[in-house]
Design a protein around this ligand. Structure first.
Ligand SMILES: NC(=O)c1ccc[n+]([C@@H]2O[C@H](COP(=O)([O-])OP(=O)(O)OC[C@H]3O[C@@H](n4cnc5c(N)ncnc54)[C@H](O)[C@@H]3O)[C@@H](O)[C@H]2O)c1
Length: 450
């Protein structure tokens, strides 16, 4: 399960507890979980009336919502949140208060089952039957691997990795999860939207003939930024570089993967789903043109990529975080006999059609489907396509960063890990600001380690 180059795997150090009541030792009681106590690798499903114990790893915005959605599957059978883990105590406490208020009877977390620090995930996972992995994506491969090794069902947010070694780690763990009959959901929620499902099926059944060209866009607003000066004012001290990059994670590649990976993955993944395949190569261009300055780390603010599939079909992709420009979050397909706007669930041409059903909330639906699969022992493992769609975005990013044509197979075999070698608050970081406070950006045309 280890990454091929084991020395590239970060060493994870426990952090010191920020509040006495939050456990940070590895001696946390592991128990109370019937399913979790089964031997790792056991084939099992919960009976309809078994209580499923959920752990949340990464208690931010998405993780808190995902925990709420997991708890909202209670009509299928009893479900409880029993453990929470976060790198930061303040993020964990805020999420706990919010979840407790919204689901008072289904949040059973106390000082013994709240864990803080880099190794907090291991302790929370140990207490659960089902784990929600919702940290920033750089940590996903090691968290997913741990959950699978501990024999737990998983819901993990997209993307599932930020570099090729991470993708391989997830693919290897996905295979073991399948062998262990563990159920795995990935937060590419369009797969659970009835309108998308029917549109993709019609297109795959030939509604527009052979698919020749596709287009995918996430051109939108620039997301949140957590400025170092504001953070240092709020916490009343200087932040270490690790803490700063983790708090302002969107702008650092090792942890975010750039917005082509963090956000545009949704649209790239829809086209992969339609094609039933993944690109074999990509070329593109991009840069940090408008969103520049000391608060914006090392990522680009726009990427434009041409992906090629094995059958010669193309996907043209754009993602942009520049205000005041043309915006679109959409997916399109052009065939030999018509066209489709997939996100609008509309087909034009001789087989014109429009979805007129009512799609349920896909964020809830993805949990309903996962918990149903766990309770009824139905096959459910979305990790492979989650990993390969993450890889598609990494392929696009590598193409725009390098300015070169990048091949899938070569990149997937890459040993270049973006993660810091040690995960600790005072760890040396691979990307550091210059004297002017600015971080170096990739320069297309320059040699790039792939
Ligand atoms: N599917 C969707 O539509 C969707 C929407 C939003 C976010 N997401 C994804 O969800 C993930 C989280 O995004 P968010 O918006 O909730 O970010 P966030 O910053 O609000 O939350 C991330 C949380 O993870 C914690 N964390 C960081 N490193 C950790 C570690 N090593 N161990 C434990 N906790 C750690 C942070 O302290 C924070 O509380 C990302 O992968 C993002 O792409 C998906």
């Amino acid at each position: 399960m280890n990454r091929p180059n084991d020395s590239s795997k970060p060493r994870c150090e426990a952090s010191v507890s920020r509040r006495n009541f939050l456990k940070t030792t590895s001696t946390a009681a592991v128990g109370g979980s019937v399913l979790g106590a089964l031997p790792a690798g056991g084939v099992f499903a919960a009976a309809a009336d078994d209580e499923l114990k959920v752990a949340l790893v990464g208690c931010g915005g998405r993780g808190s919502s995902a925990a709420g959605q997991a708890l909202s599957t209670y009509s299928q059978g009893p479900v409880k949140l029993v453990a929470m883990a976060d790198a930061f105590e303040d993020r964990l406490s805020g999420s706990f208060r919010n979840l407790k208020q919204r689901h008072p009877d289904r949040v059973s977390v106390d000082e013994d089952t709240m864990f803080v620090g880099f190794d907090a995930y291991k302790k929370a996972i140990a207490l659960s039957d089902v784990v929600i992995l919702a940290t920033p994506p750089g940590f996903r491969p090691m968290h997913f691997e741990e959950a699978v090794m501990q024999g737990k069902h998983v819901f993990m947010e997209k993307p599932v990795a930020t570099d090729a070694p991470g993708v391989r780690q997830v693919l290897a763990a996905a295979k073991i999860a399948k062998d262990k009959n563990l159920k795995v959901g990935v937060g590419l929620q369009r797969h659970h939207n009835a309108g998308y499902q029917e549109t993709i099926k019609r297109l795959q059944d030939g509604a527009i003939g052979d698919i020749i060209t596709t287009r995918a866009y996430w051109n939108g607003n620039t997301p949140w930024v957590r400025r170092r000066a504001d953070l240092e004012k709020r916490y009343g001290r200087k932040l270490t570089e690790m803490e700063y990059q983790m708090r302002n994670w969107y702008y650092f590649n090792w942890i975010c993967g750039d917005h082509i990976t963090e956000q545009h993955i949704h649209n790239l993944d829809v086209i992969n789903w339609l094609m039933g395949d993944y690109p074999v190569k990509a070329n593109g261009m991009g840069g940090a043109e408008v969103r520049v300055g000391i608060d914006y780390g090392e990522i680009f603010d726009h990427h434009c990529v041409e992906f090629t599939y094995a059958n010669g079909a193309k996907m043209f992709s754009q993602c942009r975080h520049q205000l005041g420009c043309w915006n679109s979050v959409s997916e399109h397909a052009h065939g030999s006999n018509g066209a489709a706007q997939i996100n609008r669930q509309a087909i034009t041409g001789p087989n014109a059609w429009r979805f007129d059903g009512k799609a349920k909330n896909a964020y809830q639906q993805e949990h309903d489907v996962l918990f149903h699969a766990i309770r009824h022992n139905e096959p459910h493992n979305e990790a492979e396509y989650g990993a390969k769609s993450s890889m598609t975005a990494i392929l696009g990013r590598t193409a725009t960063y390098s300015g070169k044509e990048i091949e899938w197979d070569k990149l997937l075999a890459s040993e270049v890990s973006l993660l810091p070698e040690i995960l600790a608050w005072d760890a040396p970081m691979k990307s550091m600001p210059g004297e002017d406070g600015l971080y170096p950006h990739p320069v297309p045309g320059q040699p790039l380690m792939v």
